[in-house]
Design a protein around this ligand. Sequence first.
Ligand SMILES: Cc1cc2nc3c(=O)[nH]c(=O)nc-3n(C[C@H](O)[C@H](O)[C@H](O)COP(=O)(O)OP(=O)(O)OC[C@H]3O[C@@H](n4cnc5c(N)ncnc54)[C@H](O)[C@@H]3O)c2cc1C
Length: 601
Amino acid sequence: MSYSKANITKRKFDVVIVGAGGSGLRAALELSRAGLSVASLSKVFPTRSHTVAAQGGVSASLGNMSEDNWHYHFYDTIKGSDWLGDQDAIEFMCREAPNVVIELEHFGMPFDRNPDGTIYQRPFGGHTANYGEKPVQRACAAADRTGHAMLHTLYQQNVASKTNFFVEWMALDLIRNTQGDVVGVTALELETGDLYELHAKAVLLATGGAGRIFAASTNAFINTGDGLGMAARAGIPLQDMEFWQFHPTGVAGAGVLLTEGCRGEGAILLNSEGERFMERYAPTLKDLAPRDFVSRSMDQEIKEGRGCGPNKDYILMKLDHLGADTIRKRLPSVEEIGHNFANVDITKEPTPVVPTIHYQMGGIPTNINGQVVTWDGQQNRVVNGLYAVGECSCVSVHGANRLGTNSLLDLLVFGKSAGKHIVQFVNGFGDHAAVPADGSDRTLARLNQLDESKEGTYAQDIAGDIRAAMQQHAGVFRTQKGMDEGTVKINAIRERVGSVTLKDKSKVWNTARMEALEVDNLIEVAQATMTSAAARKECRGAHTVYDYERPADDAECPLGRNDKEWMKHTLWDSASNSLSYKPVNLKPLTVESVPPKVRTF
Ligand SMILES: Cc1cc2nc3c(=O)[nH]c(=O)nc-3n(C[C@H](O)[C@H](O)[C@H](O)COP(=O)(O)OP(=O)(O)OC[C@H]3O[C@@H](n4cnc5c(N)ncnc54)[C@H](O)[C@@H]3O)c2cc1C
C-alpha cells in the first residue's frame, strides 16, 4: 500500500519534541511538569540517544576544588569560540551553569563526590582560572559516564512527570501554515511504517548532531542531522555550518572517543620521539589547550613525520603514570574502550589516537529562549511555534570552537529556558491553529518517490559518497582548492539524492526506508558545511585553511583570523542556494564585552 493523504493518522498535542537526548528531555520535563501534553519522539529508546555516550563532564564554575567563578568561564568560552560566539548567550549560559547543575544533582544525578560531599570536578581543555593563567577544575563528572548518568536521571524524571514517549518514531518534515508558523510535524512509526501528522502549538527540534556526514566520527549512527534537514527543507537557513570540531583523541582506526577527561586527569600526548609536543604549541595549558588547537598540533606533528606506528600516522596518549587505581576509579570506560577498540591495556601502555570528527558548532539559529530565528538583514525574526535546542541548534555559545563539557551544559541551560518559554507561549495560545490541507505533501512526495523507484542508487552508497567527500575536503586542515572541489562533488551527489531507490518496500520496521530518508538530511548538512566553508576566507577556530594562515614570523600579515571582514555568522539557505551573513553579538547582557585578541594558550 502506498502512502496517501487518506492513510495519514492525525493527532494533537500542546507540544511535539523531536528528540529525547539530554536537551529534549530537559525541555520536556519543564513542559510536563507545567501540565502540558507533550509528545517526545525518538528514533531510538530515549536512553540510547547520543548524550548517553558523553564521558568527561558538564561544566559549571562551582569552585568545589579550585577557585572559580562564572566570569572566568565566560571569558574562556568566548576565547574558546575564537570570538564567533554571541556574548549575550555565553553570559546567560555561564551564569546559569551552577544553578542547572545543582538542580540536576537534586533530580538524582549520581555525580562523583569529594571527601566533603561536594561534586567532584576535573580540569578540561581551555577551562582556566584567572583569565587563562592556569587550568581550573570545572568539569562536574560521574566517572567517565557523565552523559549516561545525566540521560538516565532526566529520563526517570520525565517518566515521573508523565511525558508521552513515542519510541522508535522518526519525524520527517515540519508543517508550516501560510503565515510561516510551524503547526506540527509529519512522522513515521517505525514498527508499523504508518504515517502520522502530529499537530502542535509548538514544535521543539532536539535532534542532536550530524557527525555521520563524515566517514570517521565519534558520533552514534543515528546522528544524521534530521532536525537540520527538516529546518532546511522548511526554508530556514542554517548558521555557521563550516565549523566542525575534531576531538583530538579518537581511537586510531576505530573512531571511538577517549574522553578529554583522560588529559584532565593527567594523560599526555607523545610523538614518535617520545616528546610531549604540546609544551611547544601551548606552553601554559599544554595538553589541555582547546580542541581545535590540540587537533591541529597533532596533525602538524604527523605531517612533519613525527607520527607514531609503522605508517607514522597516529599520536600516542599515555595514561599509565596515573596508576591503575585512579584509572579504574575515574576512567573505567576508557579502560574498557582501550581493551575493546585498541587492544591496549591503558594501565600499562599508551593508546594510538587521532583527531576525529566529534561535534558541530553550527546549526539551526535560535535566541536564548530557544526560539528559532531568521535574519531579515537588520534583526532576528522569530519563527512562530518553532524552537530548537542542543547540538542541532546554534544559539551561538560555541562559536568557531566549543570547549569540552560546554555541550552538556548547553543542553541543560537552553533545554530549560526553551521549556519555560514554550510554557508561556502555549498557555497564551488558545486552540490549535488550522493545519493546511497540503501540510504532508512534501513528506508524501519523499515517501512515494522511494516506493515508486525501480532503479537508481542505494541510500548506503550515496551516504558513503557523502562521507568520503566530507572526510577528504573538510578536514582539520583545509585548502581553498580542496573545499572548492568538495563543493562541486557534494553538489553533484545532491543531484543523485532525488533518485535513491528502495528495494525492500515492506512497511514493518523497514530500516532501509529509514536510512533512505536520512540521506535527505545528510545531504542538507553536507552541502551547508561545504558551501559555508568554501566561502569563509580566513582561519577561525576549527576552520583552518592553509591558504589563509598567518606566517608565524609576521604578526602584521592580514591573513589568519580576519576580524575586519569575517567576524560574522554564516547563514546558508538551501531553498535559494545562497549564503548571507549576520553580525556576531559582542554585547553581553550585564557585563563588559571581551574584546577580540590573539588566541594563545
Ligand atoms: C562520544 C561523545 C562524548 C561526548 N562527551 C561529552 C562530554 O563529556 N561533555 C559534553 O559537554 N559534551 C560531550 N559530547 C557532546 C554531547 O554529548 C552532545 O553534543 C549532546 O549530548 C547532544 O545532545 P542532544 O540532546 O542535542 O542530542 P542527542 O543526545 O544526540 O539526542 C538526539 C535525539 O534526537 C532523536 N532524533 C534524531 N532524529 C530524529 C528524528 N528524525 N525523529 C525522531 N527523533 C529523532 C534521537 O533519537 C535522540 O533521541 C560528547 C559527544 C560524543 C559523541
